[in-house]
Design a protein. Structure first.
Length: 79
């Protein structure tokens, strides 16, 4: 189990170590690591956004109009 856990930490640690050697600054190395992670993860989330937006367009075009407000019966004037 510890062998499997070590695998998940050694890769990012090696990247962080290399960036620190190149830049000489932990702040810059950590920032660049965050940019690399975002560059890897962002394309994975883009298909979900495009599907969500197209679904919202289909739903909005199918609805007949804005919903009518619901007025509680206690507010309606009785004559």
């Amino acid at each position: 189990m510890t062998m499997t856990l070590a695998f998940f930490f050694e890769g990012p640690a090696a990247v962080l170590n290399w960036l620190y050697e190149v830049t000489g600054s932990y702040m810059t190395a950590i920032s660049l690591t965050a940019v690399i992670v975002m560059a890897i993860v962002a394309p994975l989330t883009l298909p979900a956004w495009s599907t969500k937006n197209s679904f919202a367009i289909v739903i909005s075009s199918a609805s007949p109009g804005p919903p009518k407000p619901v007025v509680p019966s206690s507010v309606v004037a009785r004559s």
